[in-house]
Design a protein around this ligand. Structure first.
Ligand code: AP5
Length: 215
């Protein structure tokens, strides 16, 4: 199963990716998490990406495309993968189409998780993340067992630098201008499943599974 998760920042892509990863036993490729790993290791790529991420802008296409090209041919992607946060621009989608064609592994579905901007701003204000494993929590909707500590790897949780309200608004602008057009791109391929992303995590997961034909 090869899936793309589309949706605004904070729409719940990472949260649904976690559920799908367990369901299909395939990896999630989150370009945002890959960049955050590079930032925490202070690599050259991390330093370059941070300049854009902190301002709520997209990292230049060429950097992202190279990274994904190398990642999708790794062995753990043989049985499928879930793309979380890539592609995000038309040039990225066209490059991804070409990469998949070359390895003869087409996308099965594009899951578009729809959440209104006002709800997104509220969600981001309550989010904390694990800087080590990338797990995401929320003070109201997904509370960790021990306050401030990751359930998966016991690391101290932090707030993402780009979750400040002004940066979230900028990210939403960028989403509407550059990422939303991807829905038409994939609708032309007959691959889009539109999911209402408002409701509890469990309700949204149930809608995603139903759309994918899973009981
Ligand atoms: P990235 O890390 O991809 O961030 P994003 O797309 O902005 O997505 P988020 O991780 O913020 O949100 P999400 O949809 O995964 O929601 P989540 O499940 O966490 O990218 C960050 C930056 O990296 C970009 O701005 C860009 O600079 C750069 N970048 C990355 N990829 C790039 C690319 N391809 N090209 C160029 N630049 C790139 O949920 C959010 C919160 O809500 C959580 O607290 C969660 O617990 C909670 N929640 C989830 N579902 C629900 C629900 N149903 N009800 C209530 N709360 C919920």
């Amino acid at each position: 199963m090869r899936l793309i998760l589309l949706g605004a920042p904070g729409a719940g892509k990472g949260t649904q990716a976690e559920m799908l990863m367990k369901l299909y036993n395939i990896p999630t490729i989150s370009t945002g998490n890959i960049f955050r790993e590079h930032i925490s290791k202070n690599t050259q790529l991390g330093q370059e990406a941070k300049k854009y991420m902190d301002e709520g802008k997209l990292v230049p296409d060429e950097l992202v495309i190279e990274l994904v090209k190398d990642r999708i041919v790794q062995e753990d992607c043989d049985n499928g993968m879930i793309m979380d946060g890539f592609p995000r621009t038309i040039p990225q989608a066209e490059a991804f189409d070409a990469m998949l064609k070359e390895i003869n592994r087409p996308i099965d579905a594009v899951v578009d998780v729809e959440v209104p901007d006002e709800a997104i701003i509220e969600r981001m204000a309550g989010r904390t993340v694990c800087p080590s494993c990338g797990a995401s929590y929320h003070k109201l909707f997904k509370v960790e067992t021990v306050p401030g500590i990751c359930n998966e790897c016991s690391t101290h949780l932090v707030q993402r630098e780009d979750d400040k309200e002004d940066t979230v608004k900028k990210r939403l602008e960028v989403y509407h201008a550059q990422t939303k057009p991807l829905i038409n791109h994939y609708e032309a391929q007959g691959k889009v499943l539109v999911i209402d992303g408002v409701g509890t995590v469990e309700e949204v997961s149930a809608r995603v599974k139903k759309a994918l034909g899973v009981n």
